[in-house]
Design a protein around this ligand. Structure first.
Ligand code: PMP
Length: 757
């Protein structure tokens, strides 16, 4: 509004002819600081409508009601005709409020004393309005009321950074899950609802005033606390401890209930999400309004930090601060004993000190004791643990239709097209099953059916599944502890491991030499249906098949009518960074590809992709049916996994994080001679530990085990593998950042240094 018009309003309605007017920042209301005979006031002008008038009147009732409080609140200045609220030509609502002196909380050093006084001030305000009933405020429906996070979610797409968008959606999802069903049980009352650090004034380490009642609503009392906390927690090394200063003070004045504290973690993140979505949406409409993004940077920082805080830790700390116990103590030994009652001993548990997991988010896992673990190991939650896009896809489809491939339904078509588009054109048929084991089993059936042959070439140390057939083709199992050895149908191909081979021979020729050895071995053999191998041997210890090996072997196999099966259960879907599929890394095209693990981000699904002729040959009269394979829920999940990989550029992220890993590990390897080899691609990585020896390969199994367990105690998850279990294996969710890589390597260095002393 033109300043001249503002001055006209003040002259006509308030009788102030000589006024200085300065616009202030704001969202929807036009705010001005005005100066009349050396006194400052705030002029508020907003569009006129009946609802707004009722709300502003409600606001005025609140301000009158709390005028006795120690902390100062704006007071309405009456017009010439003694009105606290007036209007301008029925176009604008006009108010003049007293101007509060002091510095904004955002601008001052937030001492413990100040935060304590903030907690007290908000608690006293809440206590004063506890039983206040104002229909217009109760009827108010705004996106800033945290009960209405669904309104904000409509604008989620305004957040252009897709990873950040997913982070926000994750927290909105958690809010839907944990908070929404309990909202109506929580204490409700009139709350200010916007005690952000630009609405709170301070004088001498004390909160002296609170302004801007524009977002006042009747809502959950805990929202009030969450809003205040979210702002003071920004840019803090330990935001929870800072928040607890406020909580303690508030609770002394106006006790907070246990059920409110139990949800506070999610309320805090919800406030950040609503604010961040609002900033993103508003920027589209009003790119130059600086006020829109005043808290944006800080909230992105805090939200990214929030994800690394176990909700259980936050909640337990909040409860303890307010004098409550978390009430659920358990002994891990008891949990292990109870598990053993039902679960056979043959199941293993990771780490000497197993972890009792509770929840997870992206690259973090949270245990029941409040610890957060950086997950550098689990490849199944490929796009991140509990990724909201995948979870929401599953939730909505399972509530709508879940059936089998004997019916027509759209998700099967959509998904199969999307998945096959990722393959070379010759691989154009897909079978859906539920596990990698079922997929490798089917792959072998397809190969035997197509070739009419029976025998199989398998890679040394390979693993392909837990079924009878799976074990039979997995050297890693049949040739190890408890294994019954190789069956007659199996021909073994030695693993072309250029690192170990390099102890004796030129490692640049490993691939060709091993290929030729295999060719020689099978040249005169008959009745071979297929050759199965992973492009990088996971169980072999993250060993990339030596360069030129597959490109040499594949054409020979083709000439012998032996099908080539690539097991991409671990290596597929962009994990390798440089390539979407492992076979691409070797410049070959298989006849059959096995997919599993990451395909459903944890949902049990798997697939076999093959050529039309192989699929057609399988149609010999016997139906192929998998009760669950390709069901609509699995299809929408698989589809969303593919979408997230694209949208969040996760293959590129794997490349960036992998490159960072190799850059850093080059120096670490030089510094510590127990590291024999560092290898892999993208986020499929291995660090091999050896006894330092120039010409003899001596695996250091003990050291690898020690490091695995020591990293676990530094809250980083990795595993060991390889024939000697001396390779630290890393294959984290692809959202694992360069910073996460550095955290892991720094921890590894610390452990290695501690062993030197
Ligand atoms: N192939 C490979 C390469 C695997 O790593 C695995 C599982 N570790 C499988 C097949 C079997 O998959 P699933 O456990 O889903 O049956």
């Amino acid at each position: 509004m033109e300043i001249s018009e503002v001055k006209k309003i003040l002259d006509e309605l308030y009788g102030w002819a000589d006024v200085m007017v300065k616009p202030l920042v704001g969202y929807e209301t036009l705010n001005y600081r005005i100066k009349v005979s050396d006194k400052y006031y705030v002029l508020k002008i907003q569009p006129y409508d009946d609802e707004a008038v009722a709300e502003v009147k409600g606001e005025s009732i609140i301000l009158d009601h709390i005028s006795h409080l120690e902390c100062e609140y704006p007071k309405a200045i009456p017009t010439i005709s003694e009105k606290k609220i007036t209007h301008w030509k029925e176009k604008y609502i006009v108010r003049v409020l007293s101007f509060l002196e002091g510095s904004f909380l955002a601008e001052v050093n937030q001492s413990e004393q100040l935060i304590t006084s903030f907690g007290i001030a908000i608690a006293k305000f809440n206590l004063a309005t506890k039983d206040l009933y104002i229909p217009a405020i109760k009827a108010k429906k705004i996106k800033w009321d945290l009960s209405n996070t669904h309104i904000s979610r409509d604008d989620l797409r305004c957040i252009s950074n897709t990873k950040y968008r997913s982070l926000v959606d994750y927290f909105l999802l958690q809010f839907d899950l944990y908070v929404k069903p309990k909202l109506h049980h929580l204490p409700h009352q009139i709350i200010h609802n916007d005690a952000n650090d630009w609405n709170v004034l301070c004088t001498d380490h004390t909160v002296s005033g609170i302004i801007d009642f524009g977002d006042t609503v009747y809502s959950t009392r805990i929202s009030e606390i969450a809003v205040a906390l979210s702002y003071i927690m920004v840019n803090e090394k330990d935001p929870i401890q800072k928040g607890c200063i406020f909580l303690r003070a508030y609770h002394e004045v106006y006790p907070i209930e246990v059920n409110e504290l139990k949800l506070l973690y999610y309320f805090i993140s919800a406030r950040m999400c609503v604010s961040l979505i609002s900033s993103a949406a508003s920027r589209k409409e009003d790119p130059d309004n600086a006020y829109i993004s005043v808290s944006e940077k800080g909230f992105w920082q805090l939200l990214n930090q929030w994800i690394s805080i176990n909700p259980k830790y936050a909640t337990d700390t909040f409860l303890k601060t307010c004098g409550y116990s978390n009430g659920n103590y358990f002994r891990k030994e008891d949990v292990i004993t109870a598990r053993k009652k039902n679960i056979p001993n043959v199941y293993s548990l990771s780490y000497k000190d197993p972890i009792h997991m509770n929840s997870a988010a992206f690259q973090y896992m949270y245990d029941k004791n409040g610890n957060t673990f950086l997950d550098a190991y689990n490849n199944i939650p490929h796009v991140g643990h509990e990724h909201p896009s995948v979870v929401r896809a599953a939730q909505s489809q399972i509530a709508k239709l879940n059936t089998n491939t004997r019916y027509l339904y759209d998700p099967l078509q959509t998904y199969s097209e999307k998945l096959l588009a990722k393959f070379p054109s010759s691989l154009n048929k897909v079978f859906f099953v539920n596990s990698g084991s079922a997929a490798s089993d089917l792959a072998v059936r397809l190969a035997r059916n197509f070739t009419g042959s029976n025998r199989l070439i398998v890679m040394e140390h390979g693993y392909h599944g837990n079924t009878q057939q799976g074990i039979a083709i997995s050297h890693y199992k049949y040739a190890s502890k408890g294994g019954k050895g190789k069956s007659q149908q199996i021909i073994e191909a030695p693993l072309p491991n250029s690192y170990i081979d390099g102890y004796h021979q030129d490692p640049s020729t490993t691939g060709i030499r091993y290929a030729n050895q295999l060719i020689k071995k099978i040249d005169s053999e008959k009745d071979i249906a297929a050759f199965i191998a992973e492009p990088i041997s996971g169980c072999g210890g993250q060993v990339p098949l030596a360069k030129n090996y597959l490109s040499e072997v594949y054409p020979f196999l083709e000439s012998k009518n032996i099908l080539r099966i690539s097991d991409e259960v671990q290596t597929g879907f962009g994990r390798l960074g440089s390539h979407y599929w492992g076979f691409e890394m070797h410049n070959v095209i298989p006849d059959i590809v096995i997919l599993g693990k990451p395909i459903g981000n944890g949902h049990p699904m798997a697939a076999v992709v093959t050529t039309e002729v192989i699929a057609d040959a399988f149609d010999n009269g016997m139906e192929f049916f998998s009760s669950f394979g390709g069901n609509p829920v699995s299809c929408v999940i698989g589809s969303s996994v593919l979408d997230v990989i694209e949208e969040e550029k996760l293959q590129q992220q794997a490349k960036k994080s992998g490159d960072e890993f190799f850059k850093k590990m080059k120096h670490v390897k030089e510094r510590f001679n127990v590291i024999g080899d560092v290898r892999g691609s993208g986020l499929f990585l291995g660090i091999e530990f050896v006894e330092p020896h120039k010409s003899k390969y001596i695996p250091n199994t003990q050291l690898a085990a020690h490091i695995k367990n020591a990293l676990r105690h530094k809250n980083i998850l990795v595993s060991t593998d390889g024939p000697f279990d001396n390779v630290i294996k890393m294959k984290p969710p692809l959202c694992f950042t360069e910073e996460n890589v550095n955290t892991t390597i720094d921890a590894l260095i610390e452990i290695l240094i501690s062993l030197e002393s």
